[in-house]
Design a binder for this molecule. Structure first.
Ligand SMILES: [Mg+2]
Length: 308
């Protein structure tokens, strides 16, 4: 498949749309049990009592990351300030409605940031802090600018550490970023090849720059065959669930349906998978009625216009 530069940029922007739409579709279903026959559609109210088409923390913090990266390049302290702006002032939320669905690890990190802890030291690294709260906002790190693999990996680690400092969270973010880079290079890449190549690139970076992380990557890879709870909020359940629903999906819609049918952390699984599916199938692959229903497009448009 040949992609023109225009087509490639449309797909990069569609990654953001795909993430936001996946989040918004998943929000009303969050916390439900799995249901393989669940009808997945635009709904209002539900779990968080939100109007239809409202993205949650996943979407807002992804937009905060995108805003930071396109405004000041890579600066975790700036990322942290924009996260506080989301939490305190409702920035990056549709109509400024304000935040909802905030993870406990993120909330604790924001408290530390407010007390003056440097951004890259603010994240928790206890076992209970191994949630998907940094993975869900890491997508723009892969989309803004071009860099060597080692730079992408370092950025993914540091961006994770603002809220989630556990090595397993940092490694999940780094692998997701390199997977996104594979899709940017070839949107039609077979999912198995995409993963194999991204893992090989990450192994190479760890061998030279971060030898202590190689065993953490092995731990992440070993978890693939034994999820604790598909669709759950633990970072490795979340990573492999999102990758799994995307890898064998036939379309963007199919990806999101499968993510939401897993139940539990539906919005985050759908957001993480939706970013990949947006790249694969482009903006025209996102169901029209889903993107029409998305609130806050006036916030998104100027931010994604800065993706060049
Ligand atoms: Mg959420």
């Amino acid at each position: 498949m040949v992609t023109t530069p225009v087509n490639a940029m449309e797909r990069v922007r569609a990654a953001i749309w795909g993430h936001l739409v996946g989040d918004a579709i998943g929000v009303p279903y969050e916390g439900r049990p799995p249901d393989p026959a669940r009808v997945v559609e635009v709904r209002q109210y539900g779990t968080h009592h939100q109007p239809a088409g409202t993205w949650s923390d996943d979407g807002a913090l992804t937009l905060a990351m995108l805003d930071s990266l396109t405004a000041v390049k890579f600066d975790p302290d700036d990322q942290a300030q924009r996260m506080l702006s989301w939490f305190d002032e409702g920035t990056y939320t549709p109509d400024g409605d304000g935040p909802f669905d905030i993870g406990v690890t993120t909330r604790a990190a924001l408290d530390r940031l407010r007390r003056g802890t440097p951004a890259i030291d603010a994240g928790g690294d206890a076992e209970r802090d191994q949630g998907n709260g940094s993975l869900m906002r890491i997508l723009p790190v892969a989309l803004v600018g071009t860099a060597q693999d080692g730079v992408y990996v370092e950025r993914a680690h540091l961006a994770s550490r603002v809220t989630h400092a556990s090595p397993i969270c940092q490694v999940a973010c780094a692998l997701y970023v390199l997977i996104v880079r594979e899709l940017v290079a070839d949107p039609a890449v077979a999912a198995d090849n995409m993963l194999i190549r991204a893992v090989a690139r990450l192994r190479a970076v760890y061998a030279s720059d971060h030898p202590g992380f190689a065993s953490v990557l092995d731990e992440l890879l070993a978890h693939r065959a034994s999820l604790r709870r598909p669709g759950g909020g633990w970072v490795l359940d979340s990573f492999w669930s999102a990758l799994g629903v995307f890898a064998t999906a036939k379309s963007y819609r199919h990806t999101i349906e499968r993510a939401v049918r897993l139940g539990h952390d539906t919005d985050t699984t759908a957001a993480i998978a939706g970013g990949l599916a947006g790249l694969r199938w482009g903006q025209s692959g996102i169901p029209v009625e889903w993107i029409s229903a998305l609130r806050g497009k006036d916030i998104v448009m100027p931010l994604i216009a800065r993706l060049v």
